[in-house]
Ligand binder design. Structure first.
Ligand SMILES: C[S@@+](CC[C@H](N)C(=O)[O-])C[C@H]1O[C@@H](n2cnc3c(N)ncnc32)[C@H](O)[C@@H]1O
Length: 217
């Protein structure tokens, strides 16, 4: 059998097809739209943690505010794989938010090849209001708290979501700004915060913070 070092430029994980930066379609998008500027330049591994965690603790059981489709908001979506997973796995309606609109063509291409729809919303997550959060059943995110100045706005977003009964699940490889935010969510809101890992072939490990205001043990 011939041995090759060539890495595949597409993989199927948790039922979602994910392309790499070397995939011809991704290269085409990059030529047309340029490089995302706030680290949305690739798929980040914390999304593996998010998908695995949501399979274990699915949002299916949470009370739907409109009684119909589960409505998911992915914040700091980048290529949007976490939200696309929710759209496929839970037949959810997906809104994908990012401060950098350059990520949206990458997200839309992934939505298309995975056979789901996604609405996009250009905004900074610190500007998402209570009334906006009230339109969703769950907010999901991966690797969006990497600078110190992100700790406070993200904690405040979790607090606002809490006040309107919206669940928030955020994963991270364990960067200090995220850990500070998560510890505040535990101390002040009673959120769940734990280590999480997904073995080979994903090889991802980190943390997850989950705050579900409607959860009853
Ligand atoms: C490290 S990437 C993670 C992307 C994606 N969640 C993933 O795991 O593949 C961080 C993303 O958050 C976005 N972002 C950074 N600061 C943001 C903010 N204040 N509001 C909204 N999006 C933000 C970036 O544009 C980028 O797409």
């Amino acid at each position: 059998m011939p041995v090759t070092n060539k890495k595949p430029n597409s993989r199927q994980v948790f039922g979602v097809q994910i392309l790499t930066n070397s995939h011809p379609e991704i290269k085409k998008i990059r030529l047309q739209t340029g490089h995302p500027s706030i680290h949305g330049n690739k798929f980040w591994k914390s999304t593996y943690l998010l998908m695995d965690y949501l399979k274990e603790f699915p949002p299916e059981k949470i009370k739907r505010k409109n009684g119909k489709k589960l409505r998911v908001l992915e914040i700091g979506c980048g290529w949007g794989v976490g939200g696309i997973f929710c759209a496929k796995q839970f037949s959810a309606e997906l809104t994908a938010l990012d401060a950098d609109p350059v990520v949206f063509p990458y997200l839309q291409y992934h939505a298309q090849i995975n056979g789901v729809d996604a609405s996009t919303w250009r905004s900074r997550y610190e500007q998402v209001k209570k009334q906006d959060l009230d339109k969703f059943d769950i907010v999901v995110a991966a690797d969006i708290c990497f600078w110190d100045e992100m700790t406070k706005p993200l904690y405040n977003l979790v607090r606002r979501a809490n006040s309107v009964g919206t669940r928030v699940v955020i994963t991270d490889p364990g960067r200090q700004p995220f850990r500070d935010m998560a510890e505040k969510c535990v101390g002040k809101l009673g959120a769940t915060y734990e280590t999480w890992s997904v073995p080979h072939p994903c090889n991802a490990s980190g943390f997850v913070v989950d705050y579900d205001p409607n959860y009853q043990a």
